[in-house]
Design a protein around this ligand. Structure first.
Ligand SMILES: Nc1nc2c(c(=O)[nH]1)N[C@H]1C(S)=C(S)[C@@H](COP(=O)(O)OP(=O)(O)OC[C@H]3O[C@@H](n4cnc5c(N)ncnc54)[C@H](O)[C@@H]3O)O[C@H]1N2
Ligand code: MOO
Length: 386
């Protein structure tokens, strides 16, 4: 462990909790339900109606009144406003989703019906095949609580409950500042250069975490340019890649000090990704500093940046997911190790040859296994998926 780490490293789990807890949630906005996929609910949503809205057929066939056989007296299709009433010994042909006439004892599916002219008969029905008004939802039922992710099924449920718009958290705005004289944005790097891998990686990660599409600003290893890139942004979060360590060209700490930022996390006791920073500017906006080594940057983003965005979005805690780690991993040592893993059948299998500067293993993996200092191979490990 370097001098830098021993001086101020925060435990990995503490850093995540701190990032999430310190964030003050963004405001809420009302948007059409159709635009709300992937957003985070800002307020509880209750059903405005009962579902089903009326007693309805669950099968195509005959709605029958009293014991059979029944005389077929009509037909009711889905969308019919007033299905009428059935006298005992009568039936109507009915479609799934159509309202059943009052007096309906059951719906007999076509497959179970014997039809002879205008008479229909069947064995006594084992099920009514009628869905009763309000059996799924009642007006006022809580459909989702604030902080829920608007998943595909939840959006469908909210529509069933009559929602046209939903209150969601404003997407946090992010500026992504990619530092490095050697870092190029397009094409093949020349001598001494390297292609920017963190730009696309962080863009994907933060958008997936619910932020607005970040603005990417590339700056050289220059103190004033970095300062301007941070100070000149009013984004909720400025993410800086590179410049987080102690090299001559690493200006982030000096710039943050000049800007009067408070360092809530300055180095994390994890491998890779320890030289990471979470700072709060005097105006309440955030700076997340990620190491330039790409896999280390990814781990740091999972450590401070994603929890910070979760906090800004006031997202409900993500479910903790643990799996046994199948395969050779060495003991974690004194810091938390983040190991790329593929998720198999009930186990997480480490992907070989992960290094802080390499993305191959992470790209072949589904996420990382979190091996905390007290982890032993007989315990399941927490998994963070990309
Ligand atoms: N004396 C010490 N040196 C270093 C320490 C330390 O504790 N003491 N920590 C090492 C660790 S661990 C890491 S990680 C790096 C972090 O360095 P920085 O965040 O300051 O990043 P840079 O120095 O700018 O770059 C490191 C490395 O990554 C490449 N890089 C940078 N940006 C990108 C990008 N956008 N896409 C792809 N690759 C990128 C860069 O070319 C360097 O190779 O510090 C160690 N040193
Ligand atoms: O954070 Mo550095 O991880 O060891 O490359």
């Amino acid at each position: 462990m370097t001098l830098l780490e021993t001086r101020r490293a925060t435990e990995w789990r503490t850093a995540r909790v701190r990032a999430r807890q310190l964030a003050r949630p963004t405001g809420c906005e009302s948007i059409p339900l159709a635009d709300a996929a992937g957003r985070v609910l800002g307020a509880e949503v209750c059903s405005r109606t009962q579902v089903p809205g009326f007693d309805t057929a669950a099968m195509d066939g005959y709605a029958v009144g009293g014991p059979g056989p029944w005389v077929v007296v009509g037909r009711v299709l889905a969308g019919a406003a007033s299905p009428g009433a059935l006298a005992p010994g009568t039936a109507v042909e009915i479609a799934t989703g159509a309202p059943v006439p009052s007096g309906t004892g059951a719906v007999v599916p076509y497959e179970e019906s014997r039809v002879d002219g205008d008479l229909v008969d069947a064995s006594p029905p084992r099920k009514t095949h009628v869905r009763r008004a309000g059996e799924d939802l009642r007006p006022g039922d809580v459909l989702a609580t604030a902080g829920s992710d608007l998943s595909a099924p939840l959006l469908g449920l909210l529509a069933q409950g009559g929602a046209d718009t939903v209150s969601v958290r404003r997407r946090p705005s992010v500026r992504l500042v990619v530092t490095g004289d050697e870092v190029v944005q397009l094409g093949l790097p020349g001598p001494g250069q390297v292609r920017d891998a963190l730009g696309p990686l962080v863009l994907a990660l933060v958008e997936r975490a619910g932020a607005a599409r970040p603005e990417l600003v590339a700056v050289p290893d220059d103190h004033d340019r970095l300062r301007e890139a941070i100070a000149g942004s009013d984004a909720d979060v400025v993410v800086v890649t590179g410049s987080s360590s102690v090299g001559r060209a690493d200006h982030l700490h000096a710039v943050l000090a000049e800007l009067g930022a408070s360092l809530h996390v300055d180095g994390v006791a994890c491998r890779p990704g320890h030289p990471q920073v979470l700072a709060e500017r005097p105006n309440g906006r955030w700076v997340a500093g990620l190491p330039g080594n790409p896999f280390a940057g990814l781990v740091a983003a999972l450590t401070v940046l994603v929890p910070l965005l979760d906090g800004l979005l006031s997202r409900a805690p993500r479910p903790v997911f643990r799996l046994p780690v199948g395969g050779p991993v060495s003991a974690p040592g004194s810091v938390t190790r983040l190991v790329p893993v593929r998720l198999g059948d009930g186990a997480a299998v480490p992907v070989a040859d992960a290094g802080p500067a390499r993305l191959r293993a992470a790209a072949d993996a589904d996420g990382v296994a979190v091996l905390e200092p007290d982890w032993t191979p007989d315990q399941p490990a927490e998994i963070l998926r990309w």
